[in-house]
Design a protein around this ligand. Structure first.
Ligand code: PLP
Length: 403
């Protein structure tokens, strides 16, 4: 099987290539201290030299200019500006986590009686937020599974279309361009959870997305030590979200932004490596007898491959694996015998991870059915040969009995 190569998305609006931009963006405030890196500025109180400056601080854009600690300091502003530039967007809002960014965007567009159209297979907590928070507030939420399906449900009275590419766990692709064209024709904004691709592999705004949401907790930071959301778009597209974040006291720490800025410096090195390693492991796994299917749109055999090729320039680490029927004890033995895969939720760090992936409709069952068990693997920056050897040693355990 030929391995699809990856490239970085192009950013003709930047004065240099993305690699150079990643090294140099977000460092303006460093000059005053003669340091390479911008200072970490923690603050609740901000001081102004004159009354005129103090009064003027209230006229600036919240989360983009100094006024009070909650709206940020130069540290948050540096990261937001860097992310906006990388994304080809006017503006970026940092929030305390990826889920808080999703909640801020959905909350800003939810109205009693209003309709939000949600792609099937989005990140579980996104769906739970819609079902358990928005629906009780009389906001109508309907799901769709493809652009064709959306066409039959979308009207000018809809408030938001929300997509995620690829969908969490199912790894299902949606035709982003077609969804955005349909929504634009009705004047409805499209928000997209673009965490998987990052701006390096998925140029969300160029494909028509109005609001791109990134759990920067994952690849953008890349070191498994920060919770952070970054949302990009034009000022107009982000207006309701920004004002909602302001009203609800959303604030992200300067420390998280400083670490994420550090993470950005190596994003262009990490992402292609995640791509080649994930493909190697996914291709190898798909040939193993204990594996029913590997759900990964970068694989030429995946049903979403053509859409992935159209919209993405690479594919990073996480993908889903469907195992041949196996018992719970064998499944447990397999997971616990892996040496290089940590057992944990999340992905996007430098390390490989494994976790049982439980589809929405099976959540809450005390015991998962033996058939159709899903695993999510995140392929980190270790040697992919070591990872395959680790999996090769563990896979035979799946065929053991219940004992
Ligand atoms: C696709 C996707 N979006 C959003 C999130 C939420 O991000 P956070 O954990 O930073 O809240 C996650 C977390 O796993 C995710 O996988």
């Amino acid at each position: 099987m030929k391995t699809p190569a990856c490239t970085l998305t192009s950013r003709p609006d930047l004065p240099a290539s993305l690699e150079t931009a990643l090294v140099h963006l977000g460092r303006d405030s460093a000059a005053a201290s003669h340091a390479v890196n911008p200072p970490l500025v923690r603050a609740s109180t901000l001081l102004f030299p004159t009354l005129a400056d103090f009064k003027a601080s209230n006229g600036g854009c919240v989360f983009e200019s100094p006024r009070y600690g909650r709206s940020g300091t130069s540290t948050q502003f540096e990261l937001q500006q860097a992310m906006a530039r990388l994304s080809g967007a006017e503006s970026c809002i940092a929030t305390p986590s990826g889920l808080s960014a999703i909640a801020a965007v959905l909350g800003a567009h939810a109205r009693p009686g209003g309709l939000i159209l949600l792609q099937e297979g989005v990140y579980g907590p996104t769906r739970a937020l819609c079902e358990q928070v928005l629906a009780p507030l009389q906001c109508r939420v309907e799901t769709f599974c493809s652009a064709e399906d959306l066409a039959g449900k979308l009207t000018a009275a809809s408030f938001l279309v929300f997509i995620e590419v690829p969908g969490s766990l199912t790894m299902q692709m949606v035709d982003v361009g077609a969804v955005c064209a349909l929504a634009a024709a009705q004047g409805v904004p499209v928000a997209c959870d673009a965490t998987w691709g990052t701006p390096l592999f998925f140029d969300a705004h160029r494909h028509g997305v109005d609001i791109a949401i990134h759990a920067a907790t994952k690849y953008l930071n890349g070191h498994s030590d920060v919770m952070l959301g970054l949302t990009t778009g034009s000022y107009a597209a982000l207006e309701a979200t920004r004002s909602g974040c302001d009203r609800t006291g959303s604030h992200v720490s300067a420390d998280a932004c400083w670490l994420a800025l550090r993470g950005l410096r190596t994003l262009h090195l990490r992402m292609p490596r995640h791509h080649t390693s994930a493909l190697q492991v996914a291709q190898w796994l798909s040939l193993q007898p204990q594996i029913e299917r590997v759900l990964f749109p970068a694989l030429p055999t995946d049903p979403g491959h053509a859409l992935w090729q159209r919209y993405f320039t690479g594919a990073p680490g996480p993908f889903t694996v469907e195992l041949a029927p196996c018992s719970e004890p064998a499944f447990t033995r397999f997971i616990e015998s892996l040496q290089w895969f940590g057992l944990g939720t999340s992905w996007g760090g430098f390390e490989s991870l494994v976790m049982p992936a439980i589809p929405h409709h099976l959540r809450g069952l005390p015991v998962q059915p033996d058939a159709g068990r899903l695993l999510r693997l995140h392929i980190g920056l270790e040697s992919p040969d070591d990872l395959c050897r680790d999996l090769a040693a563990a896979l035979p355990l799946l065929q053991g009995g219940a004992g």
